[in-house]
Design a binder for this molecule. Structure first.
Ligand code: ZN
Length: 511
């Protein structure tokens, strides 16, 4: 046994050196800008980096057992590692399924635009070092009992990658495992086709007779009771509260408290009696399209398997930040969607449906408002929840609310002179310490209570005074989040037999 360990030592040290090099140059850039506080924060970040390095060590170990496999693997590993870490460090960009899609479908020129001299130098140095490592592996390293080495390292790697969901998620978001993860996500998303869903109203044949802009904004983690429009003690809606025709619907219920599950509820006519419609039917987007609307999905979040088919129903899909994932800890703002909205609006289609999917109040809160919106202080300075005080967390969260107020106000100003309606609904609420819980996806009451704000233009009000009166009277009524399906169709006067007037906020209740 002793002799096996002794003879394996050079191989072990060789893999360790390769890992240290990859850990510093290819993995560390994913952790450098993670906000953390004091020694404890630094230690936790270091621990996460170490875990990613340990998994990488096992991967290199398994693939270095055979020198020919290593000769193919390691230069390729270094090529990808150097490119991805360069973009992560220099542009704060990570690999995502949207980015893979964009780079596979863009023309070569756009791809070449992002290639710079420092990148080329870094890649050449990295690949050269990897070739030296391959030569060293051929000349100096002998592995006795290779099958045992291979089996043990693969077994340990499999245990590490699958034992705990949170650890798996964390490992899959950084190099080298993010390459596998994002390509498999990309493949899954491509396979989810629109054709698999049923048209809820095949007989619908209306046409768009009038110029009309319907804007649906799906917000993120904004709870209703943190709007000053709903009586919150802090002024979180300084801009919207000064506007005409703003209606805050304070009594909306979202059954689900996470993005992936709640989006199908908002976009389809699924309800508590027919929940399967969320997975079987197309959304209102298809019905708008049949009525002559030009439909666009403009997003500041990544697509997920549960709602990518709705995105594919649209004529155009645009991403504000295809290079971001929730493991990025740097500025990621919703105002970056405005140029995309304006680009579509400029095309001058008489009837437009815009679906905007915002990053809103997603954790890490400080990333989602710019410095001029740091109204409430002190804010958090660590991404590790246990290092933040309740006061800091709520301040940071409320700053995202003020930012969303600015975002919606600016969005409205783009459509002010049109016959237009904006319906904003957050996908769910957020827990801010209730029963000791934070963030969302749990079951606290506030995470079931999303904010909802509706605005209509003067032109819309002149044409449809009854609909605006309905908003005024309905705003305190209880609705489930599927009201959006029926209300969007009603706002646009689309006479579909599947539109339930009772579930529309534009339906004037009987006196
Ligand atoms: Zn969400």
């Amino acid at each position: 046994m002793k002799s096996v360990i002794k003879s394996s030592l050079p191989f072990f040290l060789f893999v360790l050196s390769c890992t240290v090099w990859a850990g510093i140059f290819f993995i560390l850039p994913y952790f450098l800008d993670n906000p953390s506080k004091g020694w404890e924060g630094r230690f936790i970040t270091f621990f996460h980096w170490g875990l990613e390095c340990f998994a990488t060590f096992l991967l290199i170990y398994a693939l270095a057992v055979n020198k020919f496999v290593f000769a193919v693997f390691f230069p390729l590993f270094s090529l990808l590692g150097s490119i991805l870490s360069f973009y992560r460090y220099a542009f704060k960009a990570v690999l995502t399924p949207m980015l893979i899609d964009a780079s596979l479908h863009n023309d070569l020129r756009t791809t070449l635009d992002v290639v710079s001299i420092p990148l080329v130098i870094f890649v050449i140095i990295s690949v050269s070092i990897s070739i030296l490592a391959v030569v060293y592996r051929f000349k100096k390293i002998k592995v006795t009992k290779p099958l045992i080495h291979f089996a043990v390292s693969v077994l340990l790697l499999c245990i590490l990658l699958t034992a705990n969901g949170r650890v798996t998620n964390s490992l899959m978001q950084r190099f080298p495992f993010n390459v596998y993860y994002n390509f498999s996500e990309y493949k899954k998303l491509r396979q989810t086709l629109v054709a698999e869903r049923i048209d809820p109203d095949p007989a619908l044949k209306a046409t768009c007779s009038d110029s009309m802009k319907v804007v649906i904004v799906i917000g993120e983690a904004l709870r209703a009771d943190h709007l000053s429009l709903n009586g919150y003690h802090r002024l979180t809606n300084p801009r919207l509260s000064k506007r005409e025709n703003i209606f805050s619907f304070s009594n909306i219920y979202s059954e689900f408290t996470n993005t992936n599950m709640s989006l199908p509820q908002i976009l389809t006519r699924a309800d508590s009696i027919y929940p399967e419609r969320a997975f079987q039917e197309k959304s209102f987007i298809s019905l708008f399209k049949k009525c002559g609307y030009y439909t666009s999905w403009i997003s500041n979040q990544d697509p997920a398997e549960t709602y990518v088919s709705f995105i594919n129903e649209c004529d155009t899909v645009l991403y504000g930040h295809p290079e971001k994932s929730v493991y990025n800890y740097n500025e990621w703002l919703d105002e970056d969607l405005f140029p995309l909205v304006k680009e579509i609006k400029k095309k001058d289609f008489p009837c437009n449906l815009f679906v905007l999917h915002t990053i809103g109040s997603h954790w890490y809160y400080n990333n989602h408002f710019s410095s001029s919106f740091k109204v409430f202080t002190p804010v958090t300075s660590s991404r590790i929840l246990s290092q933040c005080s309740s006061e800091e967390l709520i301040n940071s969260y409320d700053n995202t609310v003020v930012y969303t107020d600015f975002f919606l106000d600016s969005l409205i100003s783009i459509f002010e002179n049109e016959n237009a309606v904006v319906i904003y609904l957050s996908d769910h609420g957020e827990s801010l310490g209730e029963n000791g819980t934070w963030l969302h996806a749990g079951d606290s009451e506030p995470s079931h209570r999303p904010a909802c704000i509706v605005w209509c233009s003067e032109k819309f009000e002149k044409k449809y005074p009854d609909k605006v009166e309905a908003l005024r009277r309905n705003k305190n009524k209880y609705y489930r989040s599927n009201f959006v399906f029926h209300s969007a169709l009603d706002a646009a006067n689309i006479q579909s037999k599947v539109m339930d007037k009772k579930l529309s906020i534009f339906n004037l209740p009987a006196q």
